[in-house]
Design a protein around this ligand. Structure first.
Ligand SMILES: C[C@H](O)[C@H](O)[C@@H](O)C(=O)CO
Ligand SMILES: [Mn+2]
Length: 415
């Protein structure tokens, strides 16, 4: 135990905060790393095809993973620098198609068995996503809500197959897999019929989710969005649509921090939505102007999300995933920065002098509440975070940067 941690422990104890309990909770709270940060949402099904669906990874920093082996090596490099409990979140386009191509309505567990084995060797849980973009049958801008019954049937079958694959992740790895459905459906300009696509989406989702799966292995989640590139005027799967769907079907609701108006607080949505849906999936991200997917910071928005999870006792009903893709910087560094910032934000929340804050609030002493909240910002969080990194055998402070640089020099620069 470092002397700075001992001092920090003492400082927090004087405020009634148990740093050891905070470290334990932090260590048990998994963060799901999104595989798509490693290759700009390319995948291995259609190498060379362009990314569609109104999402974009801007930048062309050298060294992007081009194969499944390269992506796994890069993930290993990132995981070595991230302390605590981690999971891996896969998209369907990241299957192992080395034994032959399979279209989205043909994929099977066999295309993901090598990922399951890979995850098992590392004691990682896996999460999953059907991929409703970068495909000729999503080119019209409509998938599950398409007016074309054949297109809808294709994407329903994709979703059904993905659920079985996800359940198999959960079964083989002994930890439930969260499968998130996000579709890009929407319109660049003003539609005159906003109703029919939503009615078709509801029916498609019901068909997609119709098979009963073991909830110990698989969790369904649905993700809304405000707008995307090319769906500026209308998004079929809006917040109200999926809120209604998740409440009525008892599904997990996915809230992406970059999918709302910039002045809306995702943190404020947590206690309201969890009053009515069983579970949440968070896509921790950072919106900047039109982009919903910048690398996560240790900023007020991320800290507020984690504070809500801790203050409300919501950690056990929330799955925390990341969703950003930055191709303008070293992609492994992006994973490490974003994940460590999500964890650091969670630690800050776990170290709040919550008992004193609640007392102040309950007695109407809002000056003390505000004063304590501000004083808490300069408590020695860094020493506790460093202790966490040390105990988990990961670099302390900025020491991880030179590890990324060394990997860049020896591996990425040769691609
Ligand atoms: C690739 C992801 O599924 C995608 O980012 C989705 O979650 C999203 O947030 C789209 O904007
Ligand atoms: Mn998302």
């Amino acid at each position: 135990m470092s002397s700075s941690y001992s001092l920090a422990k003492e400082t927090y104890a004087q405020l009634g905060v148990d740093t050891e309990a905070a470290l334990q909770t932090l260590g048990q709270t998994a963060i799901s790393l999104h595989c798509w940060q490693g290759d700009d949402v390319g995948g291995f099904e259609n190498t060379g095809g362009s990314l569609t669906g109104g999402i974009q990874a801007t930048g062309n920093y050298p060294g992007k993973a081009r194969t499944i082996e390269e992506l796994r090596a890069d993930l290993d490099a990132a995981l070595a620098l991230i302390p605590g409990s981690r999971r891996l979140n896969l998209h369907a386009i990241y299957g192992d198609f080395s034994s032959g191509k399979a279209d989205r309505n043909q994929i099977e567990v066999s295309h993901f068995q090598s990922w399951i084995d890979w995850a098992k060797e590392r004691s990682l849980g896996l999460d999953f996503n059907p991929s409703y973009f970068s495909h000729p049958l999503s080119a019209s801008g409509y998938t599950l809500s398409s007016p074309d019954a054949g297109i809808r049937a294709f994407w329903i079958e994709h979703g059904r197959r993905c659920r079985r694959i996800s359940a198999e992740f959960g079964r083989q790895l002994g930890k439930p897999s969260v499968m998130n459905v996000w579709i890009p459906d929407g319109s660049k300009d003003l539609p005159v019929d906003r109703k029919s696509p939503r009615e078709r989406l509801e029916a498609s989702l019901d068909a997609l989710f119709s098979e009963q799966l073991n909830t110990r292995h698989h969790v369904d989640a649905v993700e809304c969005k405000l707008f995307g590139i090319g769906s500026e005027s209308y998004v079929v799967g809006s917040h109200e649509f999926y809120m209604g769907y998740a409440v009525s079907r008892k599904k997990a609701l996915c809230l992406d921090a970059g999918h709302f108006h910039p002045t809306e607080s995702l943190a404020d949505k947590i206690s309201s939505t969890l009053q009515f849906v069983p579970e949440l999936l968070l896509h921790v991200s950072r919106g900047v102007r039109w982009d919903s997917d910048h690398v996560v910071l240790f900023d007020d928005a991320t800290r507020a999300i984690m504070e809500e999870l801790v203050r409300g006792g919501f950690l056990s009903r929330t799955h925390i995933g990341l969703d950003f893709f930055d191709a303008s910087i070293n992609r492994i560094a992006a994973w490490v920065i974003g994940t460590r910032n999500a964890q650091k934000s969670l630690l800050a929340a776990l170290l709040e002098p919550i008992a004193q804050l609640r007392d102040a609030e309950n007695s109407g002493d809002y000056a003390t509440r505000l004063a304590l909240l501000e004083e808490a910002k300069t408590l020695p969080l860094g020493a506790v975070w460093d202790e966490f990194c040390e105990r988990n055998g990961t670099p302390v402070g900025p020491a991880w940067i030179k590890e990324v640089k060394a990997y860049e020099a020896s591996v990425l620069s040769k691609r």
